[in-house]
Design a protein around this ligand. Structure first.
Ligand SMILES: Nc1ncnc2c1ncn2[C@@H]1O[C@H](COP(=O)(O)OP(=O)(O)O)[C@@H](O)[C@H]1O
Ligand SMILES: [Mg+2]
Length: 310
């Protein structure tokens, strides 16, 4: 593949694609585990693994055998598909409507979430887990603000967004957690030749430890990732009023999600805002380090999110 990738993929004609993981760790890679589990539920939104290979380390003494490393996964190649990022930019370039596509993508995301909740362990986040979640977000904000001074003026308001979530936890609010995609954005969705959305690349953020990536999390984390992606598309696609375009796509995506799942992410505004903020903070740090020209994109979101708190 010539695409910019974090792993390496080889396409066989137009039938199969083999993904070789560049960074491996002991234990099944979620990009094998999750699509396999989804295929077993009959979910057709994710290409089902056809084959995979792993390295089994030799046993070290009498203890349990070390876990194998997943090295690569072969899956059907969706010939004639285009990823959501490219589609959104194409639509923006000719001012074509993307609302229906965003709605259908929300629908597809909810279907995949429901299937994962069905097939894999779920849990309930109560006060201690919610406080832990908010504290982890606060810590990430502090370390990002230490590295990127532009964040400093918004720190108070952004911390308040996390504190709102912790406060709800203290009043007895609970949230469902389940396995999620872990790194959802427009580039991880393919619109097939049959005009169906498929989700790919369930590896999560490869820089995070495997145990953390495999932990049940609120599905809104994935939703927040996709919402942030609309912001990027609007900015990169050069829309005159990027926030309006992104706002329309966010609404369509959430409505599609609600239609399929019965749960509208906008009905939990504190949780959604905290996750979007966490993502935008991550983006600020990433852009400051790697692509300073892009820093204004997440900084615009930071200002919007900070202004929305109370
Ligand atoms: N099943 C598939 N059919 C067609 N194209 C695919 C398929 N899986 C991946 N691709 C293409 O390969 C790219 C990289 O795949 P992805 O799984 O996201 O790898 P990475 O982990 O490197 O991001 C995707 O953006 C998409 O363009
Ligand atoms: Mg990818």
């Amino acid at each position: 593949m010539t695409a910019e990738q974090s792993n390496s993929s080889v396409v066989y004609g137009d039938t199969f694609i083999l993904k070789l993981f560049r960074r491996v760790s002991p234990g099944t890679n979620p990009d094998l585990e999750l699509p396999l589990a989804l295929a077993r539920t009959g979910c057709t939104r994710v290409p089902a693994p056809a084959a995979w290979f792993e390295a089994a380390p030799p046993p070290e003494g009498p203890g349990p055998r070390p876990e194998p490393f997943t090295l690569g996964v072969l899956q059907p190649y969706l010939a004639g598909s285009t990823d959501g990022w490219q589609l959104a930019l194409d639509a923006l370039a000719v001012r074509a409507d993307f609302t229906d596509a965003a709605h259908a993508l929300g629908h597809a995301t909810a279907e995949v979430h429901l299937a994962m909740a069905d097939a894999l362990p779920v849990s309930v986040l109560r006060r201690p887990q919610i406080e832990h979640l908010a504290a982890a977000m606060s810590e990430r904000l502090d370390s990002a603000a230490a590295a990127v001074p532009a964040l400093q003026p918004y720190r108070g308001a952004l911390h308040a967004a996390y504190e709102d979530v912790a406060a709800l936890g203290r009043t007895g609010r609970t949230w469902a957690a389940q396995r999620i995609h872990g790194d959802l954005h427009l580039g991880q969705a393919l619109l097939t030749a049959e005009r169906q959305w498929s989700l790919i690349d369930f590896e999560g953020e490869p820089s995070r430890p495997l145990a953390e990536r495999r932990r049940p999390q609120p599905p809104v984390r994935d939703i927040a990732g996709m919402l942030r992606s609309f912001d990027y598309a609007a900015a990169v696609g050069g829309h005159d009023t990027p926030q309006d375009w992104a706002g329309g796509m966010r609404a369509a995506y959430c409505a599609g999600y609600a239609e399929a799942s019965g749960t509208d992410p906008r009905d939990e505004p504190e949780l959604l805002r905290a996750h979007e903020t966490d993502k935008a903070v991550y983006e600020v740090l990433y852009e400051a380090r790697h692509r300073p020209d892009w820093l204004p994109v997440p900084m615009t979101a930071i200002r919007r999110l900070a202004a929305a708190v109370r």
